[in-house]
Design a protein around this ligand. Sequence first.
Ligand code: ADP
Length: 567
Amino acid sequence: TATADALPLTDGFHLAVDALRLNDVQVIYGVVGIPVTDLARVAQASGIRYIGFRHESDAGHAAAAAGFLTKRPGICLTVSAPGFLNGLVALAEATTNCFPMVQISGSSERHIVDLKQGDYEELDQLAAAKPFAKAAYRVDRVEDIGRGVARAIRTAVSGRPGGVYLDLPAAVLGEVIDAATGAASLWRVVDPAPRQLPAPEAVDRAIELLAAAERPLVVLGKGAAYAQADQRTREFIETTGLPFLPMSMAKGLLPDDHPQSAAAARSLALRRADVVMLVGARLNWLLGHGEPPHWNPDARFIQVDIEPTELDSNQPIAAPLVGDIGSVMEVLTERSKPGQVKVASPWRQELAERSAHNAAKMADHLKADPHPMRFYGALRAIRDVLHEHPRAYVVNEGANALDFARNVIDMQLPRHRLDSGTWGVMGVGMGYAIAAAVESGDPVVAVEGDSAFGFGGMELETICRYQLPVVVIILNNGGVYRGDGANTASADPSPTTLMLHAHHDRLIEAFGGKGYRATTPAQLATALTDALASGRPALIDCVIDPTAGTESGHLADLNPRGVTAAA
Ligand code: ADP
C-alpha cells in the first residue's frame, strides 16, 4: 500500500551501529573491506570514532587493550576470511589475558559457505572462532542484530572477561527492514558486569589465615589492575601493612616506590612467604606454577578471582575468595578487626634488607656506560625522562627489551603499563600503543625490541595518520634476541639475525613523523624529552650493541635444546 511504501527504512549496517551506540561504544578499531566498509562509514557518521589500521591483528590488539584500560569491551571490525583470521589472533590473546573484547566480522553468504560452493573469501568463521574465543555468536536475521550485540557485550565483560566473536554475514548487513521494527529490536545491557560478592565465611577464612601468617605476601596481577578497585585494594594493603608484589601489568596499582613493595626482593619473597594472597593473578608459568624451588613448598594460598575454576589449577587453595576484586577488598576490609592482620618486623626487615641489596646492585648495572650502548644504559635514560612524565603510558615488548625494562621502569599510576601478557607474545605493541593514546589522550612510550616492533611496524602510518602522541623507542640490537647470530654454512644471515644498523627512524619520516637516532644514553634522553614535549608521533632508533641480550631473554629455560646442547 502507499502508506507502507512511505515507512522509513533501516538496514543491518545502521542497526549494528545503533546497537553499539546504545551500549556506549565510542571507538571501533578495524580494517575495512568487503562486506564491512559501510559499517565503518555509518559508525563514523554516527559519532563513533573509527580507527583504521593496516593489519587486523594490530586492530584487534588495540581493541583488547581498550578493553583492559576501560573495563568495557573493545570493538574490532574485520573483513571476511583472512581479515577475520588475522583478527582472531588478537581475540585469542584477549581471551587468554582476560581482556573484554568483541570482534565483529563480516562473512560470506551462509548458503554458499555451508554447501562449500566456493564464495569470495569463503570460510566457516563461526566454527573457526569457537576454540579461540570465550564465546562465538552469529546473527542470521537483521532483527537479531540488537540481541547479538547485547549478548556479545554481556559475555565479554561479565564474569571472567574475554574475547567474543560476533559474525555478521553480508546478507544480514544489507538486509532492509522498517525503521520502527528495527529500533524496537535493540536494547541496552543493564549492569553488564554485575558485582559478585564473596560469602562472609570465605572472607573470614582468608582473614584468619592471613592473621596466622609469619611471612605473608600479596601478589597483585593484571586482573587487579583491570578491576579498577584501586582505592579499596590500596586501603586493604596499607591498613594491614602486607608486603605486595606486582605482576608486570599490575605495576602502578600501588606506586612502585611504595614502602610495602617487595618487587626488589621478588625471589626471596616467593621462596620464603608462608601465606600468599593472589589478587587477580594466576599461578601459571609466569609464577612458576607455585612450585618449589621458586616457592616455599609449605606456602598456603588465598586466591581472589572472579573465575571459580581458576582455583586449584596449580596448587591447593586454602582460602578461595570468589568474587570481583572491588567487592572482595571491601568485605575483607569490613570484616578484619583492627590489628588482626599485621606483619611481624623480622619479615619486614628481611624483605627490606634484600630490597636494599638488590637496589644497590641494580644501581651499579645502571651506572655503567659502555659504548656501544647496552640495554641498561638506554633504559636508565628512558626511566629518567619518564620520571618527569608520570602520566605517560608505557608499552613494552621484545625478549630482552621486556625483561630489562620491566625491572628498570617504575610505574606510578594504575593501568599505565601494557606488555606481552599471559602468552608472553611479541607483536602486540603497536596496537596497544595506539589504543592507549586513543582511549586516554595521554602520551604513550612504546619500548620495543627491533624484532617485536617488526610485527606491526606499518602501524607507524596509522599513528601518523591520526596524529597520536606515541613515541616508539626501538632498542635495536639487530636481531631476534641479539644481533650477533652466526651462520657457518652459507652466506645467508643466521635465523636470529635482522638488518644490523637498520635506520627505523627513517620509516616514520615517510609518514611525516619525527625520527631520531641515538647512540648514547644522553642522546636518547634528549630525543625522548623532545618527542614528548612535541606531543606528536615520533620514533627513536637506539643503536644497541648486537652482543647485548640473551636468547629467549629470561625464558631460556623454556627453549628446548636437544642434542646440540650436549655437543
Ligand atoms: P598476571 O598475568 O598479571 O599474573 P593473570 O592474567 O594471570 O594476571 O590473572 C588475572 C586473573 O584476574 C584471572 O584469573 C581473572 O579471572 C581475574 N580477574 C579478572 N577480572 C577480575 C575482577 N574484576 N575481579 C576478580 N578477578 C578478576
